[in-house]
Ligand binder design. Sequence first.
Ligand SMILES: [Zn+2]
Length: 402
Amino acid sequence: MPNTPIQASAATRRNMNERAIQTPPPGTFEILHADAISGARAGRLWTAHGVVETPVFMPVGTQGTVKTLEPRDLVENGVQIILGNTYHLMLRPGVPVVEACGGLHRFMGWEGPILTDSGGFQVFSLANLRKVRPDGIEFQSHIDGSTFFLGPVEAMAIQCGLGSDIAMCLDECPPYPCAPQTACQAVDKTLSWAALCKRQARAPGQLVFGIVQGGEVAPLRERCARELVAIGFDGYAVGGVSVGEPEPVLLREVEDGVRHLPPDRPRYVMGLGDFGQMVASVACGVDMFDCVMPTRHARNGTAFTRHGSYPVKAGEYKLDTRPVEEGCGCYACRHFTRAYIRHLLNVGEILGVRLLTIHNVNCYMAFMREMRAAIVAGAFEPWRREFAAKRQEQRSAGSGES
Ligand SMILES: [Zn+2]
C-alpha cells in the first residue's frame, strides 16, 4: 500500500468539529469512577492544552526539558502532563526569553499540558541565601549570586509569562522537623499569599491551585485547607510532604491535607514519587503526583520496575541479556539488554542515561495506567493488596526500592 496522506471525510470533519465544540472548558474535572471502599477515584482534568487522565504522574522538566528526553519520547511513553520549575526558568533563560519565543510550550516543543511550581520550594531550600519578608522572599541566584525577589505577585506574573496550564500559588514550606509555631506562621503566610495569588492576571485558560501547608499538625492542615477552599481555587495541592519525615508521618500529612478538600476538585501531592506512597495517597483521594525520581535515579544508574528498583551498573548484570524490565514495552526494553545499558552507563555514554530515563518514565506511566484501570474496573482494593504483596516479596528477595 502506498503511503498516501489521510484525507478526513466529511463525516470525520463533522465529528472533529463537534468534538471541538464539546470540549469542556479548562478546569473542568470529571470523576468517572469513585472506588466503593477507599477514596480512590479515576477522573479527567481539562486544561488549555488538553485533557489529563487521573490519577496521573507528572515527570519533572526542571529547566525546560525532562532531562535527556525529547517531547516525542514523552508522547511515546504516555506522558500526559509535565512540570516546569519557575525558579530555574526565571534565572535561566529568564521569562522574557521564553515569552519572546512564544511561551514555554512553544519554547520547548511540548504541546501537552504543563504545570509550573511557584519557585517557593527551591527558594526556601536556599537556606543561606534568603531573607523572608512579609511580601515575599529575597534571594540570591545560586548561579551568579545576583539578587532576586519572589513574592506572590511575582510568582504569578512569571507563571503567566511562561503560559503554563496550571500555576501554583506561592507558599511557605517549613522544614521537617519544625516547631508548631513555625508551621503556624508558614500557614498564615501561605494563606495571605494565596489570597493575593488568586487576584493576579493569568495566561489564557490557566488554572491556579492552592497549597495546603501545616507540617505534621493536623488542625493546622485542616485550617489551611478550609481557608484555601474559602478563597476558591481550581485545584488543591498538599505541600510540605516528603521533606525528610518518616513514612507514617508523611501519609498522615497527606490524609490530613486531603480530608477537608472538596471532592469535585483535583488534588495533588507535591514531590511524591514512591510507588507505595502514591498508592496510599490515591486511596485517600489524591489525583496528581510529581517527582524527580524516575529521571534523577536514571542518571545514577537505578532502574525502576513495577515492584522495586536495582542498580543496572552492578557487576552482576555484565552478561545479562534480558531487558531492563521483562515484559516492559518501552523502546529501551524492546531493543537493548541490561548488559549493554550497564556498559554505556559505566563508560559515561549519554545514551545509557537516555535509555534508562525512557524506561523509568515508561515504568511510572505504565504503573499509573494500571492503577487507574483497576479503579475504573472497580477493583482498586484487590489490585492494591496484590501490589503490596508483590512488593513485599520483592523486598524480601533483596531488591526493594532504594
Ligand atoms: Zn522498559
